[in-house]
Design a protein around this ligand. Structure first.
Ligand SMILES: [Zn+2]
Ligand SMILES: [Zn+2]
Length: 254
């Protein structure tokens, strides 16, 4: 076995998702070292600037998502590039195919869904879990789509089937490089439904997953395809969303 293979199998998989420190062998199921796990838990208690609830209880969503008819948008943490526990973790899952970190994040998201009394009962017959797909180039480069990995892990935790429902078309600019109005224009025609989408989502409730939600334009575009294919309603779910503030007029709060 070459050293690089040894490292990726036995060393890299044990890295803390935030600080990169090697984790002890006994902490089999943890994504973080002790210190970073505390920081992650602090992030979960941050208050929403609009509804005043902690982020994991916040049901605020962007105007794009409420206009698209989403039931709610639940998230585990607010994104900030200055807070390493969140920023580094999102970078980590983007660049590393790491089942431990993915399983940890999926269990955090599953707990949020299970604690939400407003979400219709989570059962395998009524729901399909799916995701906002990454650009083709990123998937080819990395060899995986971090949102798909999250969805597979979430499906296992919740016992609800998952499916690929949409694909990114060729071309199209990366959303993160654009401002809000450019994002709305760019996102039109960015996705295409997979064949026989109606059979997968018709009459079902959808749990639509993304790693981070900013304006919600990509998610909203996905919802419109799912709705057209006969999906009943959509619960939006992301690891992070950009922080809610009262000055952000694009938010609506239930
Ligand atoms: Zn750490
Ligand atoms: Zn809120």
């Amino acid at each position: 076995m070459r050293f690089s293979e040894f490292a990726s199998r036995f060393l890299l998989v044990r890295k803390c998702a935030s600080c990169g420190e090697l984790l002890p062998y006994e902490s089999k199921d943890e994504a973080f070292c002790g210190e970073c796990r505390i920081k992650w838990d602090v992030e979960k208690t941050r208050e929403c600037g609009v509804c005043g609830r902690s982020v994991c209880e916040c049901v605020c969503m962007t105007k794009a998502l409420s206009d698209a008819g989403a039931i709610c948008h639940r998230k585990a943490v607010f994104y900030s590039s200055s807070r390493p526990a969140v920023h580094n973790t999102l970078m980590f899952i983007k660049h590393n195919k790491n089942p431990r970190v993915t399983a940890f994040l999926a269990s955090q998201l599953a707990a949020i869904l299970r604690s939400d009394k407003d979400i219709p009962e989570l059962c395998a017959d009524n729901y399909v879990i799916t995701f906002v797909p990454r650009g083709r180039r990123a998937v080819i480069e990395k060899g995986f789509d971090q949102s798909e990995l999250l969805v597979r892990a979430l499906s296992e935790k919740l016992g609800i089937p998952w499916a690929i429902t949409l694909r990114r078309k060729r071309g199209g600019r990366e959303q993160k490089k654009l401002n809000a109005s450019q994002r709305v224009r760019n996102v039109k025609g960015l996705f295409e439904p997979v064949a026989a989408l109606e059979e997968t989502v018709g009459g079902k409730r959808i749990i639509l997953v993304d790693d981070i939600v900013t304006t919600g334009a990509s998610m909203a575009a996905c919802i419109s395809y799912l709705t057209r294919a006969g999906a009943r309603e959509t619960v939006c779910l992301s690891v992070a969303s950009t922080e809610n503030t009262k000055s952000n007029k694009k938010l609506s709060c239930n």
